[in-house]
Design a protein around this ligand. Structure first.
Ligand SMILES: [Zn+2]
Length: 170
């Protein structure tokens, strides 16, 4: 389970300790800082490029052979629907339009709340520092992986009448 407690208070540098409701809390009586460890909102895009094909990306930081959805952090005050359009452009160079909101998913290992969309994208795929390899897989052949973004892919495909199969999470 995700747990990443501060040792020292990021506001006043006092020691942190379990406080009210067992949240990791600043020990200074004048500070009141509490570390709630709320999940981080992350958008994920099932990018349809061409007809009924999904673009899966390999993040440059991942081991070779891992592919996933296009994802990104929601910036301050940003609408997640705007995040997804921005990230698809930044990461693979495509112009995306939202088709539907798929759902939201919990990714416990990273303490993330995944907000998933189906988008249709046009243009030429451009690799970037972040996504250094892509594969484009037909909807009727792509396999999903048993984790947050994989379930989003599965749920979209099932809603479109496909019968996606699971592959091991990598
Ligand atoms: Zn403090």
């Amino acid at each position: 389970m995700y747990h990443n407690p501060f040792i020292y208070c990021p506001k006043c540098r006092s020691e942190m300790a379990p406080g009210l409701n067992n949240y990791n809390s600043c020990s200074s009586e004048t500070c009141n800082f509490v570390q709630y460890e709320n999940p981080t909102p992350v958008v994920a895009a099932v990018v349809e490029h061409g007809d009924k094909q999904v673009v899966l990306g390999h993040n440059a930081l991942w081991p070779k052979g891992w592919f996933g959805l296009i994802t990104g952090f929601v910036e301050m005050y940003e609408d997640p629907a705007g995040t997804v359009i921005r990230e698809v452009k930044e990461e693979i160079g495509l112009d995306a339009e939202i088709v539907s909101f798929i759902g939201h998913y919990t990714f416990k290992r990273m303490n993330q709340l995944i907000i998933a969309y189906h988008v249709k994208a046009t243009g030429e795929i451009v690799l970037t520092d972040e996504i250094d390899e892509v594969k484009v897989v037909p909807f009727d052949q792509v396999k999903y992986w048993p984790a947050g973004t994989g379930y989003a892919l599965r749920d979209l495909l099932q809603s479109l009448g496909y019968d996606p199969q699971e592959r091991p999470f990598k």
